[in-house]
Design a protein around this ligand. Sequence first.
Ligand code: MG
Length: 385
Amino acid sequence: MVRGLAILGSTGSIGTNVLEVVDRLPGRFRVVALAAGSNLPALAAQIGKYRPDLVSVKKRSDLEKLRRLSRKFGTRLVHGPDGPLEVARAEGADIVVSAITGVDGLGPTLEAVRAGRRVALANKESMVVGGPFLRREARRCGAVILPVDSEHSGIFQCLARERRKYVRRVILTASGGPFFRTSLKELKDKTLAEALRHPRWVMGKKVTVDSATMMNKGLELIEARWLFDIEPGKLDVLVHPQSAVHSLVEMTDGSVLAQLSATDMRIPIQYALTWPERADTSLPLLDLGRLGRLEFHEVDPRRYPMFGMARHALERGASFPVALNAANEAAVEAFLRKRIAFRDLPAVVGEVMDAHRETPVDSIAAIHEIDREARRLARRSLKQR
Ligand code: MG
């Protein structure tokens, strides 16, 4: 059976890897809808190759540039903030890959869930800020949310045959990012270029900076809390520089289950697309003999102060993860524009979190309001730098 695929964020790092997986499994998927940001040359190439029914672009002015191509292939073009929502509920899409970066992914992810689709979730921020909503709506609408992130795919695979009551602890691994072995003194002066040089994974810029601060792992903990309905006290992280073990699950009897694979994001992406089947492709295999050893370290809170902030937000719950994510998005954006230094990242997010007052999260509108307020606090903090 050919399955219809819609991709939110098709020209990003996840999106392009999804399409590579599609290419490696000919005849299994048909790309029916794509939503992209501003990388028009890449999007045009995707339209020519996959001939989707529907494509969403950011700006009205982008439509003209794709007009000729879309006529040729019968592709309907949409634009603006509602574009990704149309892609999320596109007719004929059995699977929706949610890979827009940041809180902007929440609306389209929710839309895909409400359309009852299988949602391959790479946008961790939507689970961080709206986890309880997404869970509830998925149950109501018969949607299945499957993880794309390697750590969560690992947990999902470890838990597949286990009863939840036997789970004692879930441990996500972290590579430690580019500064795991940097001295604390030198850490303060790290540049954007150095932060973007990840030792194991090639990913988008936002998530790569988040890996350097380990905010990424903090967000992943909160994502795991809602994806798998695991209490915060049972969630843990270990630094594992080889990135071969993606997650571990400790059971009540002391057994520890682990999921391992080569460090290649196409592996968890493919599993989210083919589940419950596993496809035989020529994706890289894990060669433990060559790897030689697997190391594990506790997280050093002095090296990764932002991980501590995320952990705190996880434990407080309610509006804290929403404020944390917004403050982090604002700070990382400023860092990517070279407006602030690496050491300012924890300072900005820390200030916002200190000023944040708990607010009930009883609607999607409330999430957006908390997000706006935290960004306002972040801007105030950024101005002082
Ligand atoms: Mg990850």
